[in-house]
Design a protein around this ligand. Sequence first.
Ligand code: MN
Length: 244
Amino acid sequence: MFRVGLSGALIADQDQHWEGSNRHYVNDAYIRSVYGAGAAPLIIPVTDDRDVIDSILDVCGGIILTGGVDISPLAYGEEPIRGLGRLSPQRDEFELLLFRRALERSYPIFGVCRGMQLVNVALGGTLYQNIEDVPEFTIQHVQQACRQAVTHHVDIEDDSYLIKALGETCLVNSWHHQAIKDLAPGLRVTARSRDGLIEAVESDSPGMPPIVCVQWHPEELTSTVPGMAKLFRNFVVLCKDRTS
Ligand code: MN
């Protein structure tokens, strides 16, 4: 079965018998979305060992960079501001390495939420550390509704990978307090919310593998919004085309 790698995260167990022990995890919604797209998900543990990453990439056809905590602003040359959220330096180091190795090997990459921000930072772009501090972003991007609810529109660019699955406009969920500020070279913006915030980017350079990134959480919507399931199916097809 065709395999897709998913970047894992670390979480400290709260259970009394295991308190303080770390676990490597990926949310169930990603796992189910990859199953639904007809591929086998493979969780990539947090590691700084390039050989471990390479040997896992050997058996995958593409990777999904998953959502999570904020990226350290030191990675894009800024000091942390008061509105910055929680960080995971270990995960930053892991995913920057994973991204670079996947890029060098021309693997298709699907970035979700933090995953999109990571791609932008890895390629030399910057982030708004806290969009609450930016007056023009007036839409509520940390929705006060369950993750499966769709709460704001995004408008999608012509000739984009996204438009094939989602059409010109769609409703998305929103669970982010950061966003792309300066777009990295090699990327193009393919969707924005109506306050102008960047909600999706794709690779736009002949030397690059296909990279598709969204700021929302499509994995939470695959059973309710057909276009979101299609996004995962199209990604698996992209990975298969690349390896065949
Ligand atoms: Mn949003």
